[in-house]
Design a protein around this ligand. Sequence first.
Ligand SMILES: Nc1ncnc2c1ncn2[C@@H]1O[C@H](COP(=O)(O)OP(=O)(O)O)[C@@H](O)[C@H]1O
Ligand SMILES: [Mg+2]
Length: 277
Amino acid sequence: MSFVEVNDVAVSYENFPVLQHVNLEVAEGAFVTIVGSSGCGKSTFLRLLLSQEEPTAGSIRIAGVHLPPRPTPDRGIVFQRYSVFPHLTVTDNLILPLEFEHSAVFGRLFGSARQKLREQVETILQRIGLTDARHRYPAQLSGGMQQRLAIAQALLKRPRLLLLDEPFGALDPGIRRDMHELLLGLWQETGMTVFMVTHDIAEAFKLGTRLIVFDKMRHDPGNSSAAGATITYDLPLRRPTTFVDEFARTSISAAATLDASVSILSKDALTTPGVEQ
Ligand SMILES: Nc1ncnc2c1ncn2[C@@H]1O[C@H](COP(=O)(O)OP(=O)(O)O)[C@@H](O)[C@H]1O
Ligand SMILES: [Mg+2]
């Protein structure tokens, strides 16, 4: 049984087909990069995996569980969306979302649990290079720093499935490379499964263990109706293992545990601040 199973999925908006006949099986731990022309349905596909959108036809299973029509926390999979909160400092942006989550159960975090959380936040601040900016607010950070903060927010939860929608598009090349290394290191340490949409084909080849391409289906002869996009290429990728060796040595946590959760970080995370569920 594959970790993610997409079975003949279609999505239409008011009879306008966006996706059709999408079939995919992905093993746990894969790093799937997704490319395709603008508007062909890549973000829609990620929203399906996040259960934010329901397929018009077909079905999706993650870890053997059929996705519910709406994100719910009671099916063994927790769906989350990340946003940087403009009124919180860097540190609080990392700590408070985790505290709120625990507070639903325990009232509040205290004692050793709180201490452990602070240590994890400390480690990831160093890792993303924001230790010196810890007391700043998002508006006082550069775009690259904000993006690193959003990525740290998503990664701190150690989701079992991480969905990334063009997360590095706005970053300078140098910072982009740093974020590639951070992401690859955490991916390798945790064994999480990643789906990442990118418009940069070089990035797709560099990061992925598998590259899938969405494209509009060719019209069937005799069928004049509009066609949605589907997966037209599905390439297994190999890359030098040495690329991530350095990060395997500096592991954040020797025994990483993964939440049964799906997290998404989209390029909109920074432009639509606030609570998003
Ligand atoms: N909620 C919606 N209602 C109607 N049309 C939508 C909606 N969301 C996306 N679309 C349309 O679906 C198509 C695919 O969009 P999207 O998944 O965002 O593409 P991509 O991420 O590949 O650029 C586009 O034509 C877009 O206009
Ligand atoms: Mg998109």
